[in-house]
Design a binder for this molecule. Structure first.
Ligand code: ZN
Length: 108
């Protein structure tokens, strides 16, 4: 489970839904020339009511543009980095969609 301050996994807002999800490897990247590190998603993902509408439509590109970009820029992430990470983030969200277990449930 999560810490005391749960957030939407897509934009950081207050979550309204929980999406049951199997654990999966989000990304693997080199740690040095011989080892890699894997980032693993464990358990359910949380979504606010706004992001949930895009998830239900399976429209992760639009979710990124309309919800994640403004949230990342508010957090001070430079716009070029936000644009450059779009495909990586959207692909991790698509992975989430394929590892979902059933329907969303109201969170909290
Ligand atoms: Zn959200």
């Amino acid at each position: 489970m999560r810490a005391e301050n749960p957030q939407c996994d897509f934009c950081g807002a207050e979550p309204y839904y929980s999406y049951p999800c199997r654990d999966f490897v989000v990304a693997t990247e080199p740690l040095d020339d011989r080892r890699t590190v894997s980032h693993v998603s464990t358990g359910a993902w949380l979504a606010c009511a706004f992001c949930s509408t895009y998830i239900e439509d399976d429209d992760f590109d639009r979710l990124y543009v309309e919800r994640a970009i403004p949230a990342l820029i508010r957090r001070g992430i430079p716009a070029d980095i936000v644009r450059n990470t779009q495909s990586e983030i959207v692909s991790s969200w698509s992975a989430f969609a394929s590892f979902r277990i059933g329907e969303r449930v109201t969170f909290g």
